[in-house]
Design a protein around this ligand. Structure first.
Ligand SMILES: [Mn+2]
Length: 396
C-alpha cells in the first residue's frame, strides 16, 4: 500500500469516533411483534456492558447515547448509577434523548399537543433531560418528535409550528453553556398524514428559531427513497447547521438496517461532502456521528461491530478523494475526471490499512473475529436467557 494512502487513512481514523445507541442492544421488533434474543440487554447496566465490548474491540465508540425514559428511570437520580456503569464498562454517556412519544399523554403530540398541560409536561421532561445531560457532562440533547396527525383537517399545522417554536426556544434557554440541542426530522411514521418536523428545511427553521446552540440532526433513514441526502448535508454544512447524524441503512422506509448494508456508496458520498467542506474551509466540521439502529434479526453486538467497521471503511475511503484534482476538474467541467475522483476513492480497499491502524493502537485487527473468540456472547447468553424468555414477544 502506498505510504500516502496509509497516512491519509491513519489521519482520518484518528479523528473518527461514532456513538452507539443504548436501545440498539435491547429487544426490538416491528409493529407486528417483538423478537426476543436470549443475549439482549434488558437493563441500563447490560447496555453499558455490551457497548463497552464494542468499544473495547473497535476503540472508536467511547460514548453511548441514552434514552431518558428507558435508561434513566429515576430521572436525574439515575445519574449517579449511570456514572458508575460508565466507569465500570469503559464507555461514557453520550447524547441524551428525551422521550416525548411513548407516554399515553402524547397520543396527540408533545410540544404541539392542543392541550396546554401536555405541552407543559413535555417541556418539563425536556428540562429534566437537560439536567440529566448536565450531570452526566453530556453535550448533546437529541430531539426526535413523533408529533403529527393521521387525517386531513384534524390538526392546525400553523398553530402547531408556532407551539414548536415556543417550546424549542424555551428549552434552548435552559441549555448550559457547552450544551447543544439537536433537532431530528422524519417525513412520516408514526404519523401518516402530516409530521410536524417532516424534513430538513423544517428542522433548520425551527433550530434557527430556537437559538444558536440548536443544530439539525440527519437520520439517514428519515428520507424518501429518491432524496439526495448528501446534498442536504452539503447545504447544512454551508449554513453551519449540521449538528449530527443518526446512521442506519434502508431499502424502503425507516428500516433501521445496518449502516452501508444496502447502499454504502451513499454513506461514502455523505462523508465526501464533509471532507470536501473541511478541505475547502481548512477547519473541522463539528459533527456528532451516531448509530441509530435496532437489530431485530442479527445479533445485537455483532451488528454493532459490523456497523462500526463499515463506518470506518467508508470514512477512510472518503479520505482518499484527491481534492486538488477534484476541484480542478470541477472548474474545467471535466465531468468524467471529477466523478472518477470519487469512484477511485470508493473502489480502494482500505481494509488492510485499517487493520494496520488497529494493530498500531493495540486493538484486534478484526474486531468481529475477536468478539467471536472472546466468549462474551456465550457468557451473557447464559446469564440473560431466563430473563429474556419471560419477555413478551407480542404486542397483542
Ligand atoms: Mn434517529
Amino acid at each position: 500500500m502506498h505510504s500516502s494512502i496509509m497516512e491519509k487513512v491513519f489521519a482520518a481514523l484518528e479523528t473518527f469516533r461514532i456513538e452507539l445507541p443504548s436501545w440498539g442492544f435491547a429487544n426490538t421488533g416491528t409493529r407486528f411483534g417483538k423478537f426476543i434474543q436470549a443475549a439482549a440487554a434488558t437493563t441500563t447496566e447490560e447496555k453499558f456492558s455490551d457497548a463497552g465490548q464494542v468499544h473495547l474491540l473497535t476503540g472508536v465508540c467511547p460514548t453511548i447515547a441514552l434514552h431518558v425514559l428507558w435508561d434513566c428511570p429515576g430521572g436525574a437520580q439515575s445519574t449517579e448509577e449511570i456514572k458508575r456503569f460508565a466507569s465500570r464498562y469503559g464507555v461514557a454517556p453520550g447524547s441524551i434523548n428525551p422521550n416525548l412519544f411513548q407516554d399515553q399523554e402524547y397520543k396527540y403530540g408533545s410540544f404541539a399537543n392542543p392541550e396546554e398541560s401536555i405541552r407543559e409536561r413535555a417541556l418539563r421532561h425536556t428540562k429534566d433531560s437537560i439536567e440529566i445531560a448536565r450531570r452526566l457532562k453530556s453535550r448533546d440533547i437529541s430531539f426526535w418528535f413523533a408529533d403529527g396527525s393521521n387525517y386531513p383537517g384534524t390538526a392546525n399545522i400553523r398553530q402547531r409550528k408556532h407551539w414548536f417554536v415556543e417550546a424549542l426556544r424555551e428549552a434552548h434557554g435552559e441549555l448550559f453553556p457547552d450544551q447543544r440541542m439537536l433537532v431530528e426530522y422524519k417525513p412520516f411514521e408514526p404519523a401518516f398524514y402530516h409530521t410536524d418536523i417532516a424534513d430538513w428545511g423544517m428542522a433548520l427553521l425551527l433550530s434557527r428559531a430556537a437559538g444558536p446552540k440548536a443544530k439539525v440532526l440527519v437520520d439517514t433513514g428519515h428520507h424518501y427513497g429518491a432524496q439526495n441526502i448528501e446534498q442536504i448535508v452539503a447545504w447544512l454544512l454551508s449554513e453551519e447547521m449540521l449538528g449530527g447524524f443518526h446512521f442506519n441503512d434502508r431499502r424502503y422506509a425507516d428500516d433501521d438496517l445496518t449502516m452501508g448494508s444496502i447502499d454504502p456508496y451513499q454513506v461514502f458520498r455523505i462523508f465526501h461532502e464533509i471532507r470536501f467542506f473541511e478541505w475547502e474551509t481548512g477547519r473541522r466540521a463539528d459533527i456528532a456521528y451516531m448509530v441509530d439502529q435496532s437489530h431485530n434479526l442479527k445479533g445485537k453486538i455483532e451488528a454493532m461491530i459490523q456497523t462500526v467497521t463499515m463506518a470506518q471503511q467508508l470514512f477512510a475511503k472518503a479520505a482518499l478523494v484527491d481534492y486538488e484534482r477534484l476541484a480542478a476538474a470541477q472548474k474545467k467541467c471535466d465531468l468524467v475526471e471529477a466523478e472518477s475522483r470519487l469512484q477511485d476513492a470508493f473502489a480502494a480497499d482500505v481494509r488492510p490499512v485499517i487493520q494496520e491502524w488497529r494493530d498500531s493502537k493495540g486493538l484486534p485487527k478484526d474486531p468481529m473475529v475477536a468478539f467471536r473468540q472472546s466468549g462474551y456472547l456465550e457468557r451473557i447468553t447464559k446469564a440473560r436467557a431466563a430473563k429474556n424468555a419471560h419477555n413478551v414477544s407480542s404486542y397483542a
